[in-house]
Design a protein around this ligand. Structure first.
Ligand SMILES: [Fe+2]
Ligand SMILES: [Fe+2]
Length: 215
């Protein structure tokens, strides 16, 4: 592994660990875990946006290999959407198309990333690392309430999200070749995490909701 990637992984891990405490609701005594149907509604929204955003990138990515990789990622997120929707329906819930059609600040931020480098850092590498961490917290919650069906569903989803993050790592191993590249990757990673942090803060601190799964 390149020394650059090793250092970047370390910086990512530090920040993601801090954010995962926030997702657990540890910093807000008023934080409450929403009912499962509401958690799955929020999960649907994340999968939906990630599927749409990744598809958007597919249409104009200049790196042919990454383009194919993004097609696969978009397909995975669409699959997650359908699996989660089926579980939501079992629990008596339904998707809310009005909510799905509102775009989040994360979508607006990601859709502005035009270069292969910036896309790999912000999407597969950073966002997917956080998705894995959010799902770890969500799975702990599912285990604490013995929701075995949702556990089985998220074990499958987690395999894919881990793969998505590794796609990002594989590309960055090639793309970061100098100190300048490394600095640019760090900057883009922190920028992405800041956008996610702002959204989470709104959800956890202001609305008091925690343990919502990632894409
Ligand atoms: Fe993903
Ligand atoms: Fe997903």
């Amino acid at each position: 592994m390149s020394k650059y990637l090793e250092k970047l992984d370390e910086l990512l891990r530090q920040r993601v660990d801090e954010l995962s405490e926030q997702i657990r609701g540890g910093h807000n005594p008023q934080a409450k875990v929403p009912p499962m149907a509401m958690l799955l509604q929020a999960a649907l929204k994340n999968e939906w946006e990630t599927a749409l955003l990744t598809s958007e990138w597919v249409t104009n990515e200049v790196d042919a290999d990454l383009r194919v990789e993004l097609c696969r990622l978009a397909g995975d997120e669409a699959k997650h959407f359908q699996l989660i929707e089926a579980r939501l329906n079992q629990l008596g819930g339904e998707k809310n198309t009005t909510v799905l059609d509102e775009r989040t600040p994360l979508y607006h931020f990601l859709v502005k990333q035009k270069s292969t480098f910036d896309r790999v850092v912000s999407g597969p590498y950073t966002r997917e690392a956080l998705a894995v961490t959010r799902n770890v917290v969500f799975l702990e919650h599912c285990k604490s309430i013995d929701d075995f069906e949702t556990i089985a569903l998220y074990d499958e989803i987690q395999n894919d999200e881990g793969f998505h993050h590794r796609v990002g790592r594989k590309y960055l191993e090639k793309l970061i070749q100098s100190d300048a590249d490394f600095d640019r990757a760090v900057e883009k990673m922190y920028e992405t995490l800041q956008v996610i942090d702002d959204i989470q803060e709104m959800i956890v601190m202001n609305k008091g909701l925690c343990r919502i799964p990632g894409c």
